[in-house]
Design a protein around this ligand. Structure first.
Ligand code: COA
Length: 276
């Protein structure tokens, strides 16, 4: 597709309003090199500004999601080069957490095959995650003498319960996509041959929603987690007012009129009729 940028280690594909950002080092099971971190920062910046992109799906090429940080290029090659190490770490953190959690459009991690170590962080940072039932997840750091660093240990505690987080981090035991869905590490697991189809069902549903409502809802859910009840109440009132004032579609007004006056839609059954 010629209207999407080219990157050395990230492939971009469009499917309607959904844009796939694909970690693209299949010969290395999509292990993350410093270049991949730089490319993903740029790819997310591009997707954020791209008008046609309503939803981002993050996945990997060649039947795997990601084998974690590249042990050779991310770790060993920068061992004696503190500046390069710092740059790589900063870029790694920037896209896998900062950019993804603050991304203004819906994001879905679509996980086939292997997902190890540092590959957990972007799965957790995405709004939604759908895995193949036979995907293989593993916090393998302990197996080679390190801890799940680069925020992985913190990130897993955001979505796993304490027992599971400790168990899988300390034992390094692998778990399947089906198990990941049972523990709600991912939203659901589906047969591998239906992974893309099922992901697109969710993506299309998200594409149809008001972009402003999706964005503000994401921001609200993320932010209230660190707040007291009183703070949340005040923040959410202000956030709603800000959404109503800033929404270029004037979605709330349209929806109220379609429900109350035209009686043409019911919010309990789906989204209001969008005209822009
Ligand atoms: N870093 C660097 N290279 C990696 C890698 C990683 N994290 N994961 C895989 N690769 C490379 C392999 O070294 C191999 O390279 P080669 O063809 O030059 O020998 C290539 O990718 C294919 O991987 P291979 O190990 O042959 O495939 P496999 O199917 O037998 O095993 C894994 C796949 C993912 C189980 C295995 O490669 C592995 O354990 N990788 C490390 C996973 C990990 O601990 N990641 C956490 C890092 S924080």
């Amino acid at each position: 597709m010629d209207d999407v940028p080219n990157f050395e280690t990230v492939k971009i594909e469009r499917d309607g309003g959904t844009t796939f950002l694909i970690l693209n080092r299949p010969e290395k099971k999509n292990a993350m090199s410093p270049q991949m971190h730089i490319d993903m920062c740029a790819a997310l910046d591009w997707a954020e500004d791209d008008e046609a992109t309503k939803v981002v799906v993050l996945t990997g090429a060649g039947g795997n999601f990601c084998a974690g940080q590249d042990l050779k290029l991310f770790f060993r090659a920068t061992e004696d080069d503190p500046k390069a190490r710092r740059r790589s770490r900063r870029a790694a953190h920037e896209w896998r957490w900062n950019k993804l959690v603050a991304f203004p459009k819906a994001t879905i991690a679509m996980v086939p095959g292997y997902c190890f170590g540092g590959g957990f962080t972007p799965v957790i940072a995405c709004d939604f995650a759908i895995a193949a039932e036979d995907a293989t997840f593993g916090l393998s750091e302990v197996n080679w003498g390190i801890i799940p660093g680069g925020l992985v240990a913190w990130a897993v505690t955001q979505v796993m319960n304490y027992r599971d987080a400790l168990y899988y981090s300390v034992t390094g035991e692998k778990f399947s996509g089906a198990t990941a869905a049972q523990m709600k590490f991912v939203n659901k697991a589906v047969p591998n041959d239906r992974l893309r189809e099922e992901t697109m069902v969710l993506a299309r549903a998200l594409e149809a929603k008001s972009p402003a409502a999706v964005r503000y809802t994401k921001e609200a859910i993320r932010t209230v987690r660190g707040m007291s009840k009183e703070q949340a109440l005040d923040f959410l009132d202000c956030k709603n007012d800000a959404l109503i004032a800033a929404d270029p579609e004037r979605g709330r007004g349209k929806a109220l009129s379609q429900f109350l006056d035209d009686k043409s839609f019911k919010p309990g059954h789906g989204s209001f009729e969008r005209t822009t």
